[in-house]
Every structure is written in C-alpha cells, then in structure tokens.
Design a protein. Structure first.
Length: 88
C-alpha cells in the first residue's frame, strides 16, 4: 500500500479534484487506486508524472508522493540517491 498517494488522494476534497489529478498525471483514477492498494506498480515514467501532477495540485499540509515513493526503479536510481529532493 502506498500511504503517501492514499493520503494525497484522500486530501482532494471532491471526485472532480481527484479526476483532475489523474488527468494531470496522465492516468485514470482507477489506475491511481490500484497503485494505492499495491495491485499495480508504477513505472518510472508514471511515477514522475504523478509526482509532477501532485506538485501542481498544491495541497497545503499534505506531503505529495514522490517518484521514489511510487517506483522501485526511481527509488534505486543513482540520480535519486545523490539528488533526492531536487526532482522536477
């Protein structure tokens, strides 16, 4: 289960906001829910898209999910290990 993504989705006040987030992340709300439950795993590309979409949504007081939270490939990437926190 991905708690950061789960908390971020829960912080979105309406289904319309959740659908906007999914649109910005270039995916569907159903796919995001599968990522939350662990039924599916995010590719590096999808993890980056989700991270960028979360940053655009700007929810005060809620930590947005990062690419390293969502993708094992990103978590193990040499770039992430040396530059964590400096993602786009």
């Amino acid at each position: 289960m991905n708690l950061k993504l789960k908390n971020f989705l829960a912080a979105l006040k309406s289904k319309r906001q959740q659908e906007r987030f999914a649109f910005l992340a270039e995916t569907s709300l159903g796919s995001l829910r599968h990522l939350v439950t662990g039924r599916r795993k995010a590719s590096a590309e999808k993890a980056i898209a989700i991270e960028r979409a979360a940053k655009r949504m700007r929810i005060a007081g809620i930590e947005h999910p990062t690419r390293a939270d969502l993708s094992e490939a990103c978590r193990n990437c040499e770039y992430n290990k040396t530059c964590a926190g400096k993602t786009e």
